[in-house]
Ligand binder design. Structure first.
Ligand SMILES: Cc1ncc(COP(=O)(O)O)c(C=O)c1O
Length: 454
């Protein structure tokens, strides 16, 4: 299959609907890139260009591409047991072992794991479980969900309803009235003249006002990414997650940490909630780095307390997907976690991730960079027409896309998001590669800047 020419691939690709893409713009020649091979921190396109995978697949290929340890574990698992479900009274060794491993890695009393196939479904699963939990506790009104402007939680109907409304522009969301979006912790555009501490207070007040208006007795959960990813790499003020955890605890609202991106090393730890942000949620959802993308797998990890209620007398767990805990996916996750542990990848990220972060922060001197933000291997930069006023370029300028096109010409895949460019590479970058990324970004931004009207 990989012997096809670019033209042959793209001709057949007309039948493929790309996700989160401007389908009309993709009809133009040269708008699509076919990736045909990958190794380590690099991918190869159908014209034979080797590119640094600056977005780690889709912030998921944490241990790097082409790791034979994972590939062999998948093959071995398929040869032994290709498929069996985790439905009814059935289980299998790979799913059992992985659930025990995740329970041992997750913080606090998060000891029970439900598997699904994507982060979106993991988030939906958490909500379905918490709704059922409240039904079993005899409080069927306690169903509403607090999310945040700027959040990304996936694209099933419910996950999209919890995502920031901008992501469903022109599309419907099924859960109208169920989800309330709190104020975004987008300091660069929301904090104004406030100090970080004042901004934290403002966000906490907003949370409290929403709880007051909706009524804690009607709210099941607050869902939050430790650092917002697809919303534009938004880092909440220091102490935010601890503070929100306290407020949710005080009001008997469950805290769901959406660690689909932040877990498995991206911020230097297996899970970020406790190790980076100092708090233990009631539920952690994860996917992506769980298998480093080698197989589709997600996990919803819930506390003993929630599990006790939903597994009490006569409890029927009416939820699950055919491929929940698929043997090949579970085997991939186990091999991936083995690599993360034996090669101490999260620990290495504590150093290399900081080098990456500092390298990108160093670009802030460029005229059109208004903000560089993020942490370790989860970084974003926001482009502005005017640093002082933070005025943005008009949509037609397509500033992020143009810069991403320039970086790709120079050997780096980066992800544009309007006026923002996101970098979330594999976690195996060394200092030389980081220097190369910095150089490509600097040159590409300069090249685009030169074409912009003064
Ligand atoms: C924080 C977060 N949650 C959930 C999802 C959805 O995961 P998936 O695309 O696997 O459904 C994503 C995907 O990017 C994500 O970044």
């Amino acid at each position: 299959m990989n012997k096809m020419t670019t033209e042959e691939i793209l001709a057949k690709d007309e039948h493929l609907i790309q996700s989160f893409a401007n389908l009309d713009a993709l009809k133009q020649q040269g708008a699509r890139t076919a990736i045909v091979a990958a190794k380590g921190a690099y991918v190869t396109d159908s014209d034979g260009n080797e590119l640094i995978d600056g977005i780690g697949g889709l912030w998921c290929v944490n241990v790097g591409h082409g790791r034979s340890e994972i590939i062999d574990a998948i093959a071995k698992q398929l040869q032994t047991l290709d498929y069996y479900s985790t439905f009814y009274n059935f289980t299998h060794p790979a799913a059992a072992e992985l659930s025990a491993k995740l329970a041992s890695l997750a913080p606090g009393h998060l000891n029970h794991v439900h598997f699904s196939n994507s982060g979106s479904v993991a988030n939906d699963s958490a909500i379905r479980m918490l709704h059922h939990y409240n039904n079993r506790l005899g409080r069927p009104e306690k169903k509403k969900i607090l999310s945040r402007v700027g959040a990304y939680h996936g694209s099933t109907h419910l996950a999209m309803a919890m995502t920031t409304p901008a992501y469903s522009d022109g599309w419907d969301t099924a859960a109208d009235g169920l989800v309330h979006h709190l104020r975004s912790p987008y300091a660069y555009r929301e904090a104004g003249e406030m100090t970080e501490a004042e901004f934290l207070e403002a966000l906490a007040d907003d949370m409290l006002a929403n709880i007051h208006n909706i009524g804690a007795e009607n709210i099941a959960a607050f869902i939050a990414e430790p650092i917002m990813g697809a919303g534009g790499i938004l880092v909440a003020p220091d102490g935010y997650h601890k503070r929100m955890r306290q407020i949710t605890t005080d009001h008997d609202i469950k805290y769901i940490a959406d660690e689909v991106v932040t877990a498995f090393g991206r911020l230097g730890h297996i899970f970020a909630s406790e190790d980076v942000f100092g708090m233990v949620p009631d539920v952690i959802n994860t996917a992506k780095g769980l298998t480093s993308g080698y197989q589709p797998l997600a996990a919803t990890i819930i506390s003993d307390e929630i599990y006790e209620v939903i597994s009490g007398p006569d409890a029927m767990f009416l939820h699950g997907m055919t491929y929940s805990g698929h043997p090949a996916a579970a085997a991939a996750a186990l091999a991936n976690i083995d690599l993360l542990e034996s090669e101490q990848i999260p620990q290495r990220v504590q150093t290399t991730g900081k080098v990456f972060e500092n390298a990108l922060r160093g670009l802030a001197d460029l005229d059109i960079i208004g903000d560089v933000r993020g942490s370790h291997f989860m970084m974003g930069m926001e482009f502005v027409k005017d640093k002082a006023t933070k005025e943005t370029y008009a949509d037609e300028v397509n500033i992020g896309l143009r810069i991403a096109q320039e970086t790709q010409k120079r050997g780096l895949i980066a992800r544009p998001l309007g006026n923002i460019l996101i970098l979330s590479p594999t976690l195996i970058m060394d200092e030389a590669m980081i220097g190369q990324i910095e150089g490509i970004l600097r040159e590409s931004i300069a090249a685009v800047t030169a074409t912009l009207p003064a």
